[in-house]
Write a protein that binds this ligand. Sequence first.
Ligand code: A2R
Length: 314
Amino acid sequence: MPDLLQIGGATDEMTARVSEKFTIHKASDHADLSAWLADNGDKITHVQTNGHDGVKPDVMAALTNLKMISCYGVGYDNIDANEAVRRGIMVTHTPNVLNEEVATTAVLLMLACYRELLRDDAWVRSGAWEAKGNSPLTRSADDQTIGILGMGRIGQAIAAKLAPWNPTILYHTRSEKDVPYQYVGDLTEMAIKSDVLIVITPGGPSTHHLVNADVMNALGPKGTLINVARGTVIDETAMIAALSEGRLGWAGLDVFEHEPKVPQALRDLPNTTLLPHVGSATHETRAAMGKLTVDNLLSHLNDGTVISPVPECQ
Ligand code: A2R
């Protein structure tokens, strides 16, 4: 059987299906992975990984006969897809099957910020309700102007999922899309016009710190920033300063620049709702992502075709 390197975790079902066709080697079993790769790297033909772990450049270089990387997740910014193309390595990911779940997470964070979900939950638990009476009023999430940065598969799912709150939806991308929302060619201009800015672009160098201090100042003291994309898209240091100084109102974040490390200053801020990168993390959606990850591997092994290649490999 061909040899597969498994980087990061996999569900039991994924492992069961993969083990019928491949000999599985788990990267986590080798304390000195470089040494193991030096002796065994040439026999690995397939890699199964995820968006967080990706494939580090030294690992990819050590896999001299690698033919395919299957990524469990839609974001693949931790895999050098251009280097893969240069070497003739196929890279696949799991688009579409997680659109609705990530969109739900974006809406969840936005509503939690507007209606102070965490503050009011604490109000009940701490006994403040009985001791002090009603909690302060919150803001209505209805009829807001919502700017979406990134209007791809997930951005469109977010826009659709927000419809019951009757928003005016603006969006910013590098090129205009055929969608029923208003395109804004300049991100800062969109932030000026928006009550909420939702970030849902890919990560990587092309979007690094796209949301900088200027964009956050433009969103303003009454503005809410939501990130369900990658932590690197927002300048986290500038965001902490803006939230602390009242230049930015609220932030709902599922992703962080150096996750799982989250700066203490951000954790201490009351105007934030923080999630541990769980955008797609439900049983149902992770099962669908796992199935597609394995389907891609088995299809490639069977006849060289795949179901969902990354754009660079199409
Ligand atoms: O810029 P365009 O026209 O390529 O539109 C894409 C947009 N985008 C950007 N917008 C502004 N500035 C950029 N530098 C930039 N780079 C990309 O992000 C497109 O509208 C959107 C990405 O859409 P999809 O490729 O369909 O990705 P999907 O499935 O919505 O997932 C987005 C990301 C993943 O890469 C993960 O990092 C995260 O959501 O879970």
